[in-house]
Write a protein that binds this ligand. Structure first.
Ligand code: UDP
Ligand code: MG
Length: 207
């Protein structure tokens, strides 16, 4: 008998993880992502890894994880292209209505993804974690990073957010816009501003 109270399909969220020689952290990363998944039960998730020509055991581990777990998928690039191209490949294969870009090395806490989803549900389309803390970076790294962003801001007509990285949730609309920019010499951090959309910087401690 047909029923009227069929539940609506959950929204799918892709967690996109570029990975280059990350064999040592993959197990821990997947277990932290699993916690995120079970604390956000109203959503479906896919964990989409992009193996960027690793020469360690990253690909063997991804094969193993994906065989066991239906929502773990991977793309295997033919060589090392760099994170920017790895992200673009991921955009092409991501199926989610939103895509969260996350580094494999756990420098960015996956636990913040729940909060990003809340902002997305409030109508924001590009929710990025602001790096409020820079402990652990050397003074030279801080100085070069600041100098770099100052120069970039001078030559750019768009606002550049020095403390915001690639750790962000992008609505599918933003992903589509980034996909349409097919430059091979990519600097995605400079593209987020350019594509527009409704942005939200979350005051999250990160990095
Ligand atoms: N990465 C990649 N290809 C590369 C270099 C890095 O896919 O050629 C991935 C890496 O595995 C990690 C993310 O990009 O998930 C950020 O890399 P990394 O931690 O080296 O960068 P940083 O922390 O210095 O920004
Ligand atoms: Mg890192």
């Amino acid at each position: 008998m047909a029923t009227n109270n069929q539940s609506q399909a959950s929204k799918l969220i892709t967690i996109l993880i570029p990975a280059y020689n990350e064999q040592d952290v993959l197990g821990q990363l997947i277990s932290r992502l699993e916690d995120v998944r079970v604390s956000n039960v109203l959503y479906d998730f896919e964990f989409l890894f992009v193996n960027d020509g690793s020469d360690d055991e990253t690909i063997q581990l991804l094969q193993k994880y994906s065989e066991r777990t239906p929502y773990i998928r991977y793309i295997d690039l033919s060589r090392n292209f760099g994170k920017e191209i790895a992200m673009l490949a991921g955009f092409d294969y991501a199926k989610g209505e939103a895509v969260v870009i996350l580094d494999a090395d756990l420098q960015q806490p996956p636990e913040l993804i729940g909060e990003m989803i809340e902002w997305w549900e409030k109508g924001y389309e590009d929710i990025y974690a602001v790096r409020a803390k820079r402990d652990g970076e050397s003074r030279l790294k801080k100085w070069t990073s600041n100098a770099y962003f100052n120069v970039l801001q001078k030559i750019s007509s768009e606002e550049v957010y020095p403390l915001a990285g690639d750790f962000r949730l992008l609505d599918r609309k933003c992903v589509k816009a980034l996909q349409e920019l097919r430059e091979t010499e990519r600097y995605t951090k400079g593209m987020y501003g350019w594509i527009g959309f409704k942005k939200k910087g979350t005051d999250l401690l990160c990095g």
